[in-house]
Design a protein around this ligand. Structure first.
Ligand code: DOR
Ligand code: ZN
Length: 354
C-alpha cells in the first residue's frame, strides 16, 4: 500500500508539554542532563532510582531541593517527586508526603527488574496495605511492569506481569490510580484500553520508533537497549496507534535514562536511552507520520495533567517543520552520552522564542 503524503501542517502551537517519567540522576550527571529536560518540558515526574534510592518523604524533599538548585537561572521547570517502594515502605510517611505536596506518586520496581531496582519489592502482595492506603488517598502508583523470573523470556516479561500481577491488582484495588510506565506491547495496549479511567500508561519515544531489530542492526547496538526492551514490529505499531489515537489513557513519558558512554559500551552494558535533548522532536515525528498531529497536544500536554489532577501549563510552545540534526554525543560529567537519534536528522524543531 502506498504511504499517504505527510500532512501539510508546518507549525503546531500547543500548551507546554510535561514529561511524566524521567531519570534526572544526581550530582554532575544531573547538572549535565537537567537543562535539556527543562528546555523541553514544564514539569517532570522524577524517578527515584538513585544509587541510594529516594524512599521517604524527607529523601524526596532533599532531592527536590538539589534539583531546584541545579536548574539554570530563569528556567521554568517543576520536578514532581516520587518515592521508591521497598519491602519496608511506611504507608503513613507516603500518604503524609503526598498530602503535604512533596510526593506526587510512588514507584514500584519489582526487585532486580532494571537499573537501580536492587532495593525494589520482592513480594508485591505484601504491599497490599500500602496500595489500600494509596487508593484511599488517591495517590498514584507508578509501575515498572515486568516480572523478574529468569525462566520468563525477556520479551514476555511485560505481558506476563500484566497477566500475573496487574490484572489481580486492578481487580483488588478498583479505584487505585495506576500508571503502567513505558509500555512496550500490544498486550499492554489491550489491557489499558479495557481498564477503567483510573488506569493509564506512558509511552517513550524509543518504543514508538524502534523495534527489537535495532539492538542487533549489523552488530550489537547498546544505545538501543533499554528496559523494558523494544519488542517486535507488531507491538511498535500497536503503541503508535495508542499514542496517536487521542485517547486520554496514553501520555508522554520519555524514560530518558542517561548513562555515560563507558557504562553503555561494555561487556554488561546498562539499560537506558538518553532521549531528553530531542524528545519533542522525536515524538512529533511519529504523530506526523501517522497523520495525527491534531492529537499531539492531548498526548504531550493535556492527558497527563488530567490524570494527575494538575492544571494544564499556561505557557505555550510552537513546533515547526525544520531539519534538526542530532549530535553524535552530548558532553556530561567528564565524559559523554550518546543521545537517542545520534547522527540522524529529525524533521521538526522547537521554534525559537521571539
Ligand atoms: O532502561 C531503563 N533504564 N529502564 C529502567 O527502568 C531504568 C532506567 C535507568 O534508570 O537507567
Ligand atoms: Zn524509567
Amino acid at each position: 500500500m502506498q504511504k499517504s503524503p505527510a500532512s501539510s501542517i508546518s507549525r503546531l502551537t500547543i500548551a507546554r508539554p510535561d514529561d511524566w517519567h524521567l531519570h534526572i540522576r544526581d550530582g554532575e550527571m544531573m547538572a549535565a542532563v537537567l537543562p535539556h529536560s527543562a528546555h523541553q518540558f514544564a514539569r517532570a515526574i522524577i524517578m527515584p532510582n538513585l544509587p541510594r534510592p529516594v524512599v521517604t518523604s524527607a529523601d524526596a524533599a532533599a532531592y527536590r531541593a538539589r534539583i531546584t538548585a541545579a536548574l539554570p537561572q530563569g528556567t521554568d521547570f517543576t520536578p514532581l517527586m516520587t518515592a521508591y517502594l521497598t519491602d519496608h515502605s511506611d504507608a503513613t510517611d507516603l500518604i503524609d508526603g503526598h498530602g503535604a505536596g512533596i510526593l506526587t506518586a510512588a514507584k514500584l520496581y519489582p526487585a532486580h527488574a532494571t537499573t537501580g531496582s536492587q532495593h525494589g519489592v520482592t513480594d508485591i502482595a505484601a504491599l497490599y496495605p500500602i496500595f489500600a492506603a494509596m487508593e484511599r488517598a488517591g495517590m498514584p502508583l507508578l509501575l515498572h511492569g515486568e516480572v523478574t523470573d529468569r525462566d520468563v523470556d525477556i520479551f514476555d516479561r511485560e505481558a506476563v506481569f500484566i497477566e500475573r500481577t496487574l490484572v489481580p491488582m486492578a481487580r483488588d484495588f478498583p479505584s487505585l490510580r495506576i500508571v503502567l510506565e513505558h509500555i512496550t506491547t500490544r498486550q499492554a495496549v489491550d489491557f489499558i484500553d479495557a481498564a477503567g479511567e483510573n488506569i493509564a500508561a506512558t509511552i517513550t519515544p524509543q518504543h514508538l520508533h524502534i523495534n527489537r531489530n535495532a539492538m542487533f542492526d549489523g552488530g550489537i547496538r547498546p544505545h538501543a537497549y533499554c528496559l523494558p526492551v523494544a519488542k517486535r514490529e507488531g507491538h511498535r505499531i500497536a503503541l503508535c496507534r495508542a499514542a496517536t489515537s487521542g485517547s486520554a489513557k496514553y501520555f508522554l513519558g520519555t524514560d530518558s535514562a542517561p548513562h555515560l558512554v563507558g557504562a553503555k559500551e561494555a561487556a554488561c552494558g546498562c539499560a537506558g536511552i538518553f532521549n531528553a535533548p530531542f524528545a519533542l522532536e522525536s515524538y512529533i515525528q511519529i504523530f506526523d507520520e501517522a497523520e495525527a498531529l491534531e492529537n499531539f497536544e492531548a498526548f504531550a500536554s493535556l492527558s497527563g495533567p488530567a490524570f494527575y489532577r494538575l492544571p494544564v501549563n499556561e505557557a505555550r510552545v510552537t513546533l515547526e517543520r525544520a531539519e534538526t540534526p542530532v549530535p553524535e554525543q552530548i558532553t556530561a560529567a567528564g565524559s559523554h552520552i550518546i543521545p537517542f537519534h545520534a547522527g540522524e536528522v529529525l524533521g521538526w524543531r522547537i521554534a525559537p522564542q521571539l
